[in-house]
Design a protein around this ligand. Structure first.
Ligand code: UDP
Length: 261
């Protein structure tokens, strides 16, 4: 089994979709480095639902594959990599990445902008982050139920922040950032799904033991049974991985092999 922990992120391919083999520390370091660089950099927090969407949506697949950093948000990705003989360092959940970045930015008077979730939620999430990480600057926040993109893009650009957290749900959040990347004026945009709901306290995160056992998906399903349909992506993903005879996850540079018949 290969160990993939060197500081330059190693890119893997999970059913044709890019994924970087990074630890949380490496992901934080990478984002902080990308923030300093000119231009926009997209960071994707990848889950198995997104991998399955990418199977039928080549445009979305290219979007993810063109990202500057893709971290393993879904526990199913770690399982898949292990089955294919590649060891991912650890899960890098979007919400944990947000907290680690907030902590790092607080120490350097850095700022972030929160875009997404129901009205009031991003503000509450911002307040919670500031309470937890004194020194953190909130450049702005905006709910995810706006009608026109233009004023939102302008507000983000005018805020002067270098880091945008977008919680509009996937694939909208990634598409939105790519569509407006040249006018946002930020160095890094990260899709963070429903993180603001949890940070604000409006939704509860799974208990630690469930997270450690990689059962966070089960907790979310129990809290929101309406997620069942979209969560069917997980068993479909597992069937594909099991049927691939160890070829579902490969190094990015290796040629793509079709699933065996
Ligand atoms: N959302 C939004 N605008 C919309 C639809 C959804 O801002 O038009 C928000 C929603 O309130 C939630 C997030 O997008 O905070 C999506 O959360 P979900 O749990 O579906 O994402 P996941 O964490 O599974 O990626």
């Amino acid at each position: 089994m290969s160990s993939l922990t060197e500081s330059t992120p190693t890119a893997l391919r999970v059913l044709g979709v890019k994924l970087h083999a990074v630890s949380m520390d490496q992901a934080v370091e990478r984002v902080l480095a990308l923030i300093q660089r000119p231009g926009f950099h997209l960071v994707v927090t990848l889950g198995t639902e997104m991998v399955m969407r990418a199977q039928d949506d080549p445009e979305f697949r290219e979007l993810v594959n063109g990202a500057d950093l893709v971290v393993a948000d879904g526990a199913g990705l770690l399982w898949a990599a292990r089955r294919c003989g590649l060891n991912l360092p650890e899960r890098v959940a979007g919400i944990d990445l947000v907290c680690r970045l907030a902590e790092a930015l607080a120490g350097s008077q850095g700022s972030l902008f929160l875009l997404g979730a129901a009205p009031g939620v991003a503000e509450e999430a911002a307040r919670a982050l500031c309470n937890r990480y004194p020194g953190l600057q909130i450049a702005g926040s905006q709910d995810g139920f706006f009608q026109e993109d233009g004023p939102v893009v302008q507000a983000i650009a005018a805020s002067g922040t270098r880091l945008l957290l977008t919680g509009l749900g996937s694939p909208r959040q990634e598409r939105w950032m790519r569509q407006h990347q040249d006018r946002l004026g930020v160095g890094v945009g990260i899709g963070v799904g429903g993180s603001f709901d949890v940070l604000s306290g409006r939704k509860t995160r799974a208990p630690g033991w469930m997270i450690r056992l990689h059962l966070e998906w089960l907790f979310r399903l129990a809290c929101e049974p309406s997620r069942l349909l979209r969560m069917m992506a997980l068993p479909r993903f597992m069937v594909r991985v099991l049927g691939s005879r160890g070829q579902a996850v490969t190094l990015w540079n290796e040629p793509l092999r079709p699933d065996p018949p």
